[in-house]
Design a protein around this ligand. Sequence first.
Ligand SMILES: *Cc1c(COP(=O)(O)O)cnc(C)c1O
Length: 361
Amino acid sequence: MSIPIASPDIGLGGLTRVIESVESGRLADGPAVRAFESAFADHCGTAHAVATSNGTTALHAALHGLGIGPGDRVVTTPFSFVATANAVRLCGAEPVFADVDPETLNVDPGAVRDAVEARDGDVSAILPVHLYGLPARMDGLRSIADEHDVPLIEDAAQAHGATLSGEPVGSLGDAACFSFYPTKNMTTGEGGIVVTDDRTVADRVARFVNHGRTGPNDHASVGHNFRLTSLGAAIGREQLGRLEDFIAVRRRNAAAYDEVLTDHPAIDAPPDPDGARHAYHQYTVQCAERDALRRHLADAGVDAGIYYPTPIHRQPAYADVEVDAPVAERAADRVLSIPVHPDLSRDDVESVCAALAGFDP
Ligand SMILES: *Cc1c(COP(=O)(O)O)cnc(C)c1O
């Protein structure tokens, strides 16, 4: 058995409590969902939260809630899961890809500024991703968003539990979106959430994910069914109570890998910049001999993953987008994610450390 890249056990320790909490009989919507929304808003320090069916629908609903639609341009990163860009297109808007920083692999504020200025400021939103759980450079992005009076939306699907200058991810933009897919930092099965301080945006999102409903039989606008189930919400509450512990273990595992990689001749550890608390959704190294490293780890029984082997603008679905993103393209050939999830045993972590130390291309 190899050491898996993602945890097969999502940690449903409190299954009894989960089931009790939906015993109201409301399997859809209902009090369990409202309770989870309010707990997650408290966690982020935001005034509002609207739960959704997954992270992609959270992004779609948040963009819609902020008024993004056909004809709009949204500046985002080409180095993310494809859902980030898909959400933009699903709103009828077009993604504009700005290249990433070579170390953090998060969108580079300088590249975002260039992308905005190249279009004479004619963009409608900025959508950074906190890739692998490391917060994006929100200070630089905030200045650009304010100068052009456009909203800044966090794709925080990988960053539950991360902080920047002590502030939780989710409170750093005009709205933020999370995914609760089983491999993320916490889960509801399938699920997602939008958080915001803006009442109007929260109301628009809540309506959009529930058939445009304003009353039991009143539909003020066109909407989807993007709702989270009660069972998912009950699992989410249980998981949220354990998030700090999950992140502490991820960070402890990461610290063990950092130590091995400090002076490693061939492998660069991921950055953990001052002022940010990296959530280590992934522990992603960079290595010129990436494929050899992956084979070496597989031989040692360590399952490593490549997130992402193809930047979004190189996917056939985005072949029509014109973009210059050499840093993202180089990163796609160099990144390798090492198992860091909280279900690793101490022995697993030691085996990974030994395998990393023993790599000599
Ligand atoms: C997982 C993920 C999403 C989409 O979330 P789903 O719940 O899978 O729909 C969006 N953006 C990023 C960066 C992700 O990692």
